[in-house]
Design a protein around this ligand. Structure first.
Ligand code: PMP
Length: 423
């Protein structure tokens, strides 16, 4: 039972590791967009953005298993899978992004991107966004206000306001982008110490599924570069075709970063991360001590990563994400017309946020928790996030289809109807 697991877990693990849902699930197996609990319950997974091509996709599992049987070593040897994977992956990036470092997590990628930027510029300061999250290493935490504790000091970090259109009163026609970039531009220009880098996600995940407004990055990137800094795009949550219209999030804004951080979906659950950068940045770093990662770029990980890219392409999952995401957001917006608590539906492709507010328009934190738990009772998995934890996060494995959207919308509607009546 869940209670027995809890008892055992609390004797072994830190309580710092949280569990999902009021009654956590004992999970046993999964396939594509479905998860199967130990008690026989089937859940629709509308939440896991790591499992990009579907839980336990046979092509990814098969090719990873075959690689594991043949050779596992490191990048100090030549082997085809490393170069084949690097070549295929870099094929998705515009020039001048043409060098890749392979690591084992999004956090390791962030950490390395910061080292690359600091080595290249000879500076330490990093400009990051309020409520952002970029990883669990000490250097990544320093630029991740999402995880800052009261009283924490991060003297090398400059924080800019979260540029969130909903609730700002500004339209996303360039107005919001101008208004939000203004104070950040002032900080970038006025700070005595010039920045090594600016870092942001194209759509902020932990910040509550917040797409950066149009014109925002278009203003910030040139200002950072004018001071000799580099621009980093954190694509850990949004990358690999999830957004539908573009393979990577920065492409949505017509900017090209100097460094890109990749993770989560890259290995469909196999621990894989990367930094993609320009040849100049990669070469400058080579003037220092050797960079080495014991596991980064090993043949098994390369096989997993290549299989993920092949499946996304063969199954047309990027176009599918565009179509399904539009269908989902339309359905959710129709629900919002019936239930004003569902105040904003935003995102792109299968990276969607649904923000819940109370009758006065304030963040409805407890309603969001009730909705998340009630959806789980109805066998649909979603998460919540944002500074007030009042945004439903919907970012399913990409095989998620319109039938699955109908199920999610119908069940969410039924829950909102009850919550509406019981107020
Ligand atoms: N960047 C972003 C935007 C993330 O969401 C995360 C993980 N939530 C990371 C970096 C860190 O990735 P990992 O957990 O693989 O270390």
């Amino acid at each position: 039972t869940a209670e027995a697991y809890q008892k055992r877990r609390s004797g072994l693990l830190s309580p710092s590791l949280s569990l999902s849902y009021d009654t956590p699930i004992v999970m046993e197996r999964a396939a594509f967009q479905y998860m199967f609990a130990g008690d026989g319950t089937t859940y629709l997974d509308a939440y896991n953005n790591i499992i990009q091509v579907g839980h336990c996709h046979p092509e990814v599992v098969g090719r990873t298993r075959d690689a594991l049987r043949k050779l596992n070593t490191n990048t100090r040897y030549h082997y085809d899978s490393l170069l084949d994977y690097a070549e295929t992956l870099l094929g998705y990036f515009p020039p001048p992004l043409s060098r890749v470092f392979l690591v084992n997590s999004g956090s390791a990628a962030t950490d390395l991107a910061l080292r690359l930027a600091r080595a290249f510029t000879g500076r330490q300061r990093v400009v990051a966004l309020e409520h952002g999250y970029h990883g669990n290493t000490a250097a990544a935490i320093a630029i991740s206000p999402y995880k800052h504790r009261p009283g924490d000091k991060h003297p090398q970090t400059t924080i800019c306001p979260m540029p969130k259109v909903f609730g700002s009163g500004w339209a996303d026609d360039g107005t919001a982008g101008r208004q939000f970039s203004g104070p950040c531009l002032d900080r970038i220009r006025d700070e005595a110490e010039a920045p090594a880098a600016f870092i942001a996600e194209p759509i902020m995940g932990c910040g509550g599924q917040v797409p950066l407004p149009k014109g925002y990055l278009e203003a910030i990137y040139p200002a950072i570069r004018a001071r000799g800094g580099l621009c980093i795009s954190d694509e850990v949550q949004v990358g690999f075709g999830r957004l539908g219209n573009s393979f990577l999030g920065f492409q949505k804004y017509g900017v090209v970063p100097d460094l890109v951080i990749l993770g989560k979906p890259m290995g469909n659950g196999h621990p894989l991360g990367a930094v993609v950068c320009t040849p100049e940045i990669a070469d400058a770093f080579a003037n220092g001590p050797e960079f080495f990662s014991s596991f980064g770029g090993n043949p098994v990980s390369c096989a997993a990563g290549k299989a993920v890219l092949d499946v996304i392409r063969h199954e047309g999952l990027q176009a599918h994400a565009a179509k399904t995401g539009n269908y989902l957001m339309e359905g959710l917006r129709s629900l919002g017309k019936l239930y004003p608590n569902l105040a904003d539906v935003r995102g792109e492709g299968l990276f969607v946020g649904a923000e819940l507010v109370d009758g006065e328009g304030n963040p409805a934190t407890s309603l969001a928790a009730r909705v998340k738990n009630a959806l789980k009772e109805k066998r649909v998995l979603v998460g919540t996030d944002g500074p007030h934890d009042n945004v439903l996060k919907i970012k399913p494995p990409l095989p998620f289809d319109t039938g699955n959207c109908d199920e999610l919308i119908e069940k969410l509607g039924a829950i909102l109807a009850i919550q509406n009546n019981s107020k």
